[in-house]
Design a protein around this ligand. Structure first.
Ligand code: SF4
Length: 282
């Protein structure tokens, strides 16, 4: 091809419209739009019906953020009461002279609350022989997995910040703070969201097994949504101001009414809108 014909061919190709690349639909936005279209008002109705039954919980910080994080790690796949026992054991074995803190469990917490006492000496916990720490937190369950996780978490905080305080997270944008936390091995979106919601009132929705079960039964989120997707779905479905109440009341509902094995559907106010009762519920 002569150079002038080649140049003409290039000019023609440049004028030809490029094929537009179709963007993959975002499954979170697709679900939210579909719910809005096919079941209008479902989110609002659910929140209102839950509030009618369980009330309007008031947010209050329940613990220092480092204590909240370690306590939340202790609750992973364990009952809250057992996590409380393990946390008390940490306080006893590694006492500190820090100011006493009260644990204000509030709604949604499944334990009895912790006595008022100083937090553990985090440097001593981070530096303890691993076998010793496993023994100390054994009452909480899964100690061989959690002890190294707790030490790695504390060491990472200290390496990056020079102390064990997590108060700096409260000054960050919620999703940036969540990214910082989830970059630590063993801390997922649920653990990070618990810490941020209850220590800083960040509008992030922790999705535990109760929240997941109740919301899937009602049809707020798709039945096959993964745990990570469920966290993002709630951020798209809920107004930030509703997140604390939604979290606490869905947990209460899961514990008191919508049990895993035999949900008490007959007395449940959500029944008319629940897809577990009627697959065609509006
Ligand atoms: S109607 Fe039954 S399944 Fe649905 S939310 Fe209420 S208790 Fe749960």
């Amino acid at each position: 091809m002569s150079s002038s014909r080649a140049a003409a061919a290039i000019r023609t190709a440049a004028r030809r419209p490029r094929p537009t690349r179709r963007r993959k639909p975002d499954p979170i936005r697709t679900w939210v739009r579909r719910l809005d279209r096919t079941r209008p008002g479902l989110v609002r109705d659910t929140l209102d019906l839950l509030a009618g039954l369980h009330g309007h919980p008031v947010w209050q910080r329940r613990f220092d953020p480092t204590s909240e994080l370690i306590l939340t790690i202790l609750t992973q796949n364990s009952a809250d009461v057992n996590a409380e026992k393990a946390f008390e054991a940490l306080r006893l074995r590694y006492p500190s002279d820090l100011p006493s803190e009260a644990h204000l469990p509030g709604g949604g917490w499944g334990g009895i609350g912790l006595s008022e006492a100083p937090p553990p000496d985090w440097a001593a916990v981070a530096g303890a022989p691993l076998d010793e720490l496993v023994d100390v937190i054994r009452p909480g369950g899964l100690a061989p997995q959690k002890a190294p996780r707790i030490q790695a978490t504390l060491r990472r905080i200290h390496a990056e910040r020079g102390d064990y305080s997590l108060e700096f997270l409260g000054t960050m944008a919620p999703l940036d703070a969540r990214d910082w936390l989830t970059s630590i091995d063993g801390i997922g979106r649920k653990t990070a969201s618990v810490l941020q919601l209850f220590s800083f009132d960040h509008p992030l929705m922790p999705v535990d097994r109760h929240v997941e079960r109740v919301s899937k039964r009602i049809g707020l989120i798709p039945p096959k949504a993964s745990a990570d997707d469920a966290h993002e779905l709630f951020l798209a479905l809920l107004e930030p101001a509703d997140i604390h109440e939604a979290h606490v009341n869905l947990i209460r509902h899961g514990r008191l009414v919508c049990h895993a094995l035999r949900p008490a559907c007959d007395g449940c106010p959500i029944r008319p809108r629940c897809r577990h009762v009627d697959p065609k519920a509006p």
